[in-house]
Design a protein around this ligand. Structure first.
Ligand code: AMP
Ligand code: MG
Length: 369
């Protein structure tokens, strides 16, 4: 993420050059084509012509090669016939001044503001910076985001499960979401439901990270020591948000480090990440626009839920039809423990309380990247 504007100091292209393989000519010579011109040399990309193209002359030229002095247009090779032995070329068409010529600075000129602070540098941006010889820019450091799982039932070493145990999936998904968001996502392992272990894990995380993503222990369970400990060592807000999944959520500070207490259920932790953690940490990372982007789609399924006072975020698969419209259908089981539907989903469909969406109706969706 750029921390400061980047201004160009060079021209791109750095010199006038040809966009086509062909012959560099004086356009005035092509009036009344077909005409035959004398070929005075060949210019490959990376080389220059020793000489000047005068009236009645042409230079053979390859894409990207600099326009030779004297020439003001290029005739593409397909509209010429070259007689190598005679060093002549027949030009079949008349062309305008500047035909197939890319002038110097057509893309970038010195003084141009290339990219503003808050721009996330992607492939194209890096290519532009390389094209103007900029190798150093001022950036916001990737936030270091620690990911902790909590719960005695969690197993992460691949051993056979004992009764009551489950495998830790949240850490894998959250680490991957963080990495995909461009952050430095750090695996901080599992903190077992024991006050000492939880305290130690969170204090160490707060020391070493810019933000902490924990999952589990934020709901009403009796052994949720995460709550007790975070209240002791931090300044936390415990929330019940009127959404499903991802109702329980906690946010606060341990020292100066923000802690996002995501729910334990695998779908809930991902939804909570999308709605709350991603925008907030994105803001910390210097993004200039962290708003959620909602689109409209046509539902191909019934999307409804019993009245419960909550907005539901249903996991849906999407396709775009030939008119560019999104169509969505249920991606599978909608339980907050049914991660397969979340994995398959392209979007979350927002279904407000009391709204019954039937096939053909419009629905708002939050695309998942
Ligand atoms: P909790 O919020 O700790 O009460 O957890 C809610 C549900 O999420 C329980 O069924 C937990 O077993 C499950 N859960 C918690 N953490 C994880 C995790 N890291 N991976 C998979 N499931 C989890
Ligand atoms: Mg738990």
């Amino acid at each position: 993420m750029l921390a400061a504007d980047v201004v160009a100091a060079e021209l791109v292209p750095p010199f006038a050059n040809t966009a086509m393989d062909g012959f560099a000519v004086q356009f005035a010579d092509t009036v009344g084509a077909p005409v035959t011109l004398e070929v005075i040399g060949t210019i490959a990309a990376g080389s220059t012509l020793d000489g000047e193209v005068g009236p009645g002359q042409a230079a053979r030229i390859m894409t990207g090669a600099p326009m030779p002095p004297g020439a003001d247009a290029v005739v593409m090779v397909e509209r010429t016939s070259f007689d190598e032995a005679a060093s002549t070329v027949e030009i079949e068409i008349a062309v305008d001044e500047g035909n197939h010529v890319r002038s110097a600075g057509e893309d970038v000129k010195p003084g141009d503001l290339l990219f503003g602070a808050g721009t996330r540098l992607a492939a194209g941006h890096l290519g532009v910076l390389a094209s103007v010889g900029v190798h150093t820019v001022s950036v916001v450091r990737r936030p270091r985001v620690g990911v902790i799982s909590t719960g005695d039932e969690l197993v992460d070493d691949g051993r056979p499960l004992l009764p009551g145990e489950i495998r830790d999936s949240n850490r894998r998904t959250l680490l991957t979401l963080g990495a995909e968001a461009g952050w430095d996502a750090v695996d901080l392992g599992i903190a077992v439901d024991e006050p000492g272990a939880i305290r130690e894990a969170f204090l160490a995380a707060a020391e070493s990270c810019d933000a902490i993503l924990s999952s589990g222990g934020v709901s009403m369970g009796a052994f949720d020591y995460v709550k007790v400990v975070l209240d002791e060592i931090g300044d936390m807000r415990w929330m019940q948000i009127a959404i499903k999944p991802a109702k329980p959520f906690a946010f606060g500070l341990v020292g100066a480090t923000p802690v996002f207490g995501l729910p334990g259920n695998p779908v809930s932790s991902m939804v909570s990440f999308e709605l709350l953690a991603r925008p907030a940490i994105g803001f910390m990372a210097g993004m200039d626009d962290t708003g959620l982007v909602l689109l409209r789609a046509i539902s191909e399924d019934t999307l409804d839920h019993p009245a419960d006072g909550k907005v539901h975020f249903l996991r849906v698969e999407g396709r775009i039809d030939d008119t560019g419209r999104w169509h969505v259908r249920r991606a599978g089981g909608q339980g907050s423990h049914q991660l397969t539907a979340m994995a398959r989903a392209d979007a979350l469909a927002l279904v407000p309380d009391g709204v019954n969406i039937t096939p053909g109706d419009e629905v708002q969706i939050l695309p998942l990247r």
